[in-house]
Each structure stands twice: as structure tokens, then as C-alpha cells.
Ligand binder design. Structure first.
Ligand code: UD1
Ligand code: CA
Length: 466
């Protein structure tokens, strides 16, 4: 099969009105990836050589997304929305180039797998000129019904055009089809618009092929896989199915998910072996977690790399560009953004590490802040190997703390600290000897005005008198 050439035509010209969103329908995300990206990823996995994406007018963002996933994709614009067959014919130039088989896929069907696309392609290989992907619908309402005669598929009837008896058929059209390349245009050009909606229905291809003595076949898949998205509620359903696929795949690969139903993954989340993820963790796009790392409860990770045996959380936030070295530790309520932590480095309770790097074995005390933003631009903070930053310090970037240097707690560090030095950048402690509890508490704080000084003296006197 792999020797056959294939053109995939992805229909994405729908307006998506029912999503009630300014974002084009196929750009809505499921598991952190657009619907279109899911479909195109499956298309790529099915061994297709060429891909045509049909978009509506003013859909630059959709075209850009298509090219981002498949740089070689050809984008065609369907200027008027006149039905699924009309949309396919917007890619006529691509069809004319010739391919052994042609796959037609809806851009709003993100759960379709490469395996199923391959099955559709092989159906064409063996005997048929048209292959249709069907499913048994729990509720067939709204779907086209597959009309069979023995093993042959003779027609697809859209709900609106179906008779009472035909509507009782529960084998429905999932919307995906494959054509033998040689005959595709011949079939498609015969499709008319004499139906309830006045549209050019792609589904008519089946009856037309039958009339041309060409065989059409139906393949079956699960309803999940052809779940089309028209509403936000259907988007959430697809998210749920996708999340379970990703969780199952992660567990299959040896990841421990203590409460999988509370862990949210992205289509591109990558795990090593023996990783443990505690409950209520969210993975945004672009996260890689190496072997033996532990992600503790209620952490949020995005665009981050977690090294071997590292520990994150509970309640940690890793933002894009966070790179944690092997065996490093990021504690509770710590946030790391665009910064690296070296091997064995530690960031404790409530620290913020933004823009910079922390050397191997360094310790960032509780409440330490990398002050990376001066109100105009971002600057970097570099903490050397084995350095120790005392709790509640502010490192004002750009600034560099040398290897094995020590910063006293509560310091505000604005100048570089040489390697091995102790830096103290805080008000000195003043001890008042002869002070009794309650002595100043009843009086207002002393002010540097003569009046206040006088008042102080008087009261002191009054007190000694008593
Ligand atoms: C279609 C099928 C129906 C099937 C169902 C499965 C047809 C005629 N009907 O119905 O048999 O059961 O899908 O979900 O094919 N599109 C365009 N341009 C157009 C029209 C549609 O690009 O002019 C795209 C849409 O963006 C969408 C896809 O084609 O991705 C399907 O169109 P839609 O109108 O949703 O078809 P259904 O009525 O759901
Ligand atoms: Ca639809």
C-alpha cells in the first residue's frame, strides 16, 4: 500500500457559526492542539504524499495553521459555501495532478486516527472505487445513512432527504471517504444540487459510482473517532475522549498517574520511564518529563523540560522556557519562567525564578524573587554553582551571583556578587537595650519633629514620676 500515492483533501471552509466564537472552528484546541492540527497529524501518519486544505474566504489564520503542520500543504479557497462536494472540487487542481487514491476528511473531526485513514486507503486498493467510513450511531439523527445491498454500498441518504424507513438505519456516514484517483473527478463532476438543501453533496458520489458500475464499500469505525465538532459542548466531549487516549497511552508507556481523571495532558506531552504524576496536574503544550521525575499535586506546566529524577511541586508553576536539571527540586508555590536550574539545584517555597539560570547544587531560599522586569524590559539573573540565596531575597536583574557565593536572607542584591563572597544587602538590625514590652505600644511612633520629641520627653518624665 505504501507504494501507492495519496492526496488528502481536508475540508475546513465551514463557518462554525454554532461555536459562537471569533476564532475559526478548526482552530479551536483539543488537548492543546487545534482541530485542524489533529486532522493533519493523522493525514501525515497515513502516508499521504500531498495534502490540499480547503478554506473559506478570509481564512488566513487557517491557512497558516495548515502550513505550520504540513509545510507542503496546498491551500484552496472555496469562495461560496455550496456543499461538501463543491468544497472538494475547490481543490480540482490538486486532484488533476493525479494520485492513486484520494482521501476526503472533514477538518472538524479531530479524533480520527492515521490507522483508520490507512484502512480507508487499503479498501480502495483491493476492490472498490469509493470507500466510506461508517459508524453505528447511538442517535442517528442528523447524519447521512448508509444504504447497502448485501456487501455493496449503493447510496448515502442525507437525513433531510431520507424516507421514514431509511431513517431507521443506524449505520451512518462518518463523513470520511476515499476515492480511486483515476475516477474521482469523473464521479465528482456528476454530482448535482437537486436535494433538500440545494447543495452539492459529496455523499451522492456513492449512488453515482453505483450507476457507473463502480463498486463502493463501507468500513466501520467507532462513533468516537468520527465525532464532528459543531458546538462548544461537542468540543468538550472530544477533549474528554482525547484526554483518555493520552492518559492511557502515558500509563501504557509506564507513567504512574495516581488519579488519571484529574491529570490533563497535551497531544505533545512527552514522558520518560517511571515518571509519577500526582493528582490535579495540568500539562500545557511543549512539556517533556524525563525518567523518574515526580510531578506533585496541583502543578501547572507549560513549555517546560523536567530533568531525570527532578521533583516539581506540589503547587508549582513551570512556564515556557523552564528547564530543570537532573535531580533538581522546585518546591511549593514556586514559579519558574525562561530559566534553567542546574543539576541538584533547589528552589524553595514561594520563590520566583524568571529569566536566568541557577547553577548546579545552588539553593534558592524561600520567598526569593528574581526581579526580572524593570517596567520596560526583561533582564537576566545568573546564580552560580553551589551558591546559596538566603530566604526572602530580591535579586535585581541584570545581576550575577558567583559560584559558591552566599546571599544573606532578606537582601536586595543590585550589584554582582563575586564567587565565594558573602553579600548582605539589607538594613542593619538595631537593638534597643533597656526596652520593656508595652512601653512604646501605647504611644504614637516617635516622629523627627521638635514637637514629637518634646512630647516624648514629657511623657517619659511623667512616667518616671509615677
Ligand atoms: C456531513 C455528511 C453526512 C455525515 C456528516 C458526518 C454530506 C453532504 N453530509 O453532514 O452524511 O453523516 O457529515 O458528520 O457530506 N464544508 C466545506 N464547504 C462546504 C460545506 C461543508 O468546507 O460548502 C466542510 C465543513 O467545514 C465541514 C465538513 O465540510 O468540515 C462537513 O460539512 P457539514 O455541513 O458539517 O456536513 P454535515 O451536514 O454535518
Ligand atoms: Ca458536521
Amino acid at each position: 500500500m505504501s507504494k501507492k500515492t495519496c492526496l488528502a483533501i481536508v475540508l475546513a471552509a465551514g463557518e462554525g457559526t454554532r461555536m459562537r466564537s471569533a476564532l475559526p472552528k478548526v482552530l479551536h484546541p483539543v488537548a492543546g492542539r487545534s482541530l485542524l492540527a489533529h486532522v493533519l497529524t493523522a493525514v501525515r501518519g497515513a502516508g499521504t504524499q500531498a495534502c490540499a486544505v480547503v478554506v473559506g474566504p478570509k481564512s488566513e489564520a487557517v491557512a497558516d495553521e495548515a502550513r505550520r503542520i504540513l509545510p507542503k500543504a496546498d491551500v484552496f479557497v472555496q469562495t461560496e459555501r455550496r456543499g461538501t462536494a463543491h468544497a472538494v472540487l475547490a481543490a480540482r487542481a490538486a486532484i488533476k495532478k493525479g494520485a492513486d487514491d484520494i482521501l476526503v476528511i472533514f477538518g472538524d473531526t479531530p479524533l480520527i486516527t492515521a490507522e483508520t485513514l490507512k484502512r480507508l486507503r487499503s479498501a480502495i486498493d483491493h476492490h472498490a472505487s469509493v470507500a466510506v467510513l461508517g459508524f453505528r450511531a447511538a442517535n442517528p439523527k442528523g447524519y447521512g445513512r448508509l444504504i447497502t445491498n448485501g456487501h455493496r454500498l449503493v447510496a448515502i441518504r442525507e437525513e433531510r432527504d431520507a424516507s421514514e424507513i431509511e431513517r431507521r438505519i443506524d449505520l451512518c456516514n462518518g463523513g470520511l471517504m476515499a476515492f480511486r484517483g483515476e475516477v474521482a473527478l469523473d464521479i465528482l463532476d456528476r454530482i448535482g444540487d437537486k436535494n433538500a438543501k440545494g447543495e452539492f453533496y459529496l455523499t451522492d458520489a456513492v449512488a453515482i459510482a453505483d450507476g457507473m458500475a463502480l463498486e463502493a464499500v463501507a468500513l466501520e469505525t467507532t462513533e468516537d473517532e468520527v465525532h464532528g465538532i459543531n458546538t462548544k459542548s461537542q468540543l468538550a466531549d472530544a477533549e474528554d475522549v482525547m484526554q483518555w487516549r493520552l492518559r492511557d497511552a502515558a500509563m501504557e508507556a509506564g507513567v504512574t498517574l495516581i488519579a488519571p481523571e484529574t491529570v490533563f495532558l497535551c497531544a505533545d506531552t512527552k514522558f520518560g520511564r517511571d515518571v509519577t504524576v500526582e493528582p490535579n496536574v495540568v500539562f500545557g503544550p511543549g512539556v517533556t518529563v524525563d525518567d523518574n521525575a515526580v510531578i506533585r499535586a496541583f502543578s501547572h506546566l507549560e513549555g517546560a523540560h523536567v530533568g531525570k529524577g527532578a521533583s516539581v511541586g506540589p503547587f508549582a508553576r513551570l512556564r515556557p522556557g523552564a528547564k530543570l536539571g537532573a535531580k533538581s527540586r522546585v518546591g511549593n508555590f514556586v514559579e519558574v519562567k525562561a530559566a534553567e536550574l542546574g543539576e541538584g539545584a533547589k528552589a524553595n517555597h514561594l520563590a520566583y525564578i524568571g529569566d536566568g539560570s541557577v547553577g548546579a547544587g545552588a539553593n534558592i531560599g524561600a520567598g526569593t524573587i528574581f526581579c526580572n522586569y524593570d517596567g520596560v524590559s526583561k533582564h537576566r539573573t545568573l546564580v552560580g554553582k553551589g551558591a546559596f540565596i538566603g530566604s526572602n531575597s530580591a535579586l535585581v536583574a541584570p545581576v550575577k551571583v558567583g559560584d559558591d557565593a552566599y546571599v544573606g536572607s532578606g537582601s536586595v542584591i543590585t550589584d554582582n556578587v563575586p564567587a565565594g563572597a558573602l553579600a548582605l544587602g539589607r538594613g542593619r538590625q538595631v537593638n534597643k537595650p533597656d526596652w520593656k514590652p508595652g512601653k512604646t505600644a501605647t504611644k504614637p511612633a516617635a516622629k523627627a519633629t521638635p514637637k514629637a520629641a518634646k512630647a516624648k520627653k514629657v511623657s517619659k518624665k511623667a512616667k518616671t514620676k509615677r
